[in-house]
Design a binder for this molecule. Structure first.
Ligand code: PLP
Length: 398
């Protein structure tokens, strides 16, 4: 048959999966829908006014260099700026140890390319960031879920998994995790670091959210407890602008070298102009003013959601109260079907993400839901949670 090129697809392509959530979230764009489903920043957090000045400074300072082909590892002034930004988080990184990518998503994909052969095993917390599963999925891995509790993955479970399986790496979102909002405690980080050092294992620490802290004390990155065993991945997507696609990583030497080689083949380098804008954003101290503004917008939204949940979500449902990030995770009592609730809530013009999609084995998360609070104002959040509470109560009478 003409135009039927199915047989041309590679084995790898045939194992790739389309994002299933996208299908069920199609309704979210219907008029009047209040979406607690997304995971994206509020557009009010983008520093548009400041960008007029940043733009001019970039053209004055870097001129044509900001528009030219550049080195694969990243725009040199940006790498310096990132090293300074990381030092502020207690992470010791030299500019020449960093690599810039098109968003942290591209770091995850490139790590998959460099580290995974078909069938290789990745250890994950359960539930996990779905985008990481799509990035790694292209390289045909297998997965093993490591049991987690309120403090993060359980050290004994990790040690046993590392003893029993040849695990290529452990993928963790350590602070304000997507989807649960959970943060691994300092003690737990130390314990996990001790295990990975003892067993010569590799951790990928994905950290897009740690700057979005509304309460409590910052916890140092897991990377700082086990620098030789960790690839630290982060991004400017949540604290500057995701459309600029600026992610980066700090990796042990050998892995960094291969990531460099893979990136060179994939795209030569990331967008020079975007990196120059970000350099000025960081070095011109815009970032120091902008992060508090973002927090001032999100913190009351989160408080409004948590307050409304206390008032409206029935007994038997549980949630933690994260000290930052973008998400609240709800676990319903056994027997609750989060996706059925989703469709009922959508009829009432409220959308969220049924949590089962974040699990390797969806049956483990049938009663769970992920709610985002960053894009909707407090009043709308309160009304949406009241509606969700009503939907839950009506559904439990069925
Ligand atoms: C845990 C996690 N990692 C990576 C990303 C991707 O971010 P980026 O825009 O840097 O590709 C996200 C985005 O939501 C995320 O939640």
């Amino acid at each position: 048959m003409t135009g039927d090129f199915q047989h041309l697809l590679s084995q790898r392509t045939q194992s790739m999966q389309r994002n299933q959530i996208r299908e069920i979230l199609k309704v979210v764009s219907q008029p009047g829908m209040v979406s607690l489903a997304g995971g994206i920043p509020a557009p009010e957090t983008f520093p548009i006014e400041e960008l007029y000045k940043i733009n001019e400074a970039v053209l004055d300072r870097y001129g044509a260099a900001a528009l030219q082909y550049d080195r694969t590892e990243g725009f040199a002034p940006f790498l310096e700026a990132l090293a300074g930004y990381l030092a502020g988080k207690g992470i010791d990184a030299a500019a020449d140890e960093l690599l810039v990518f098109n968003g942290s998503q591209s770091v995850l994909d490139t790590l998959g390319k460099v580290l995974l052969s078909p069938g290789d095993c990745i250890a994950l917390e359960s539930p996990s960031y779905l985008g990481a599963l799509s990035a790694f999925g292209a390289y045909q891995p297998s997965y093993i879920s490591i049991a987690s509790d309120a403090e993060g993955i359980v050290p004994e479970a990790l040690a046993t998994a590392l003893e029993q399986h040849a695990i290529k790496f452990i993928y963790l979102v350590t602070t304000f995790q997507n989807p649960t909002g959970r943060t691994m405690s300092r003690e737990r980080r130390q314990q996990i670091a001790d295990i990975v050092k003892r067993m010569n294992a590799l951790v990928i620490e994905d950290d897009p959210y740690s700057d979005l802290r509304y309460r409590g004390e910052a916890v140092p990155a897991l990377q700082t407890f086990a620098p030789d065993n960790t690839v630290y991945v982060s991004t400017l997507s949540k604290i500057f602008a995701p459309g600029l696609r600026l992610g980066f990583c700090l990796a042990p030497g050998l892995i960094r070298d291969w990531l460099y080689t893979a990136k060179q083949g994939a795209d030569l380098h990331s967008n020079t102009y975007a990196q120059a804008l970000a350099t000025e954003y960081i070095c011109g101290d815009y970032i120091a003013r902008q992060i508090p503004k973002i927090i001032a917008l999100y913190a009351p939204r989160q408080a409004a959601m948590l307050g409304a949940m206390d008032a409206h979500i029935p007994a038997g449902y549980r949630w933690i109260k994260p000290e930052g990030g973008m998400f609240i995770w709800i676990e319903g009592p056994p027997g609750v079907d989060g996706e059925a609730l989703y469709w009922r809530a959508v009829e009432q013009k409220v959308a969220f993400v049924p949590g089962k999609y974040f699990y390797i084995n969806p049956a483990d998360g049938l009663s769970t839901m992920r709610l985002n609070f960053t894009r909707v104002d407090e009043g709308t959040i309160e009304a949406a949670i009241a509606t969700l509470g009503q939907v839950i109560r009506e559904n439990s009478h069925d």
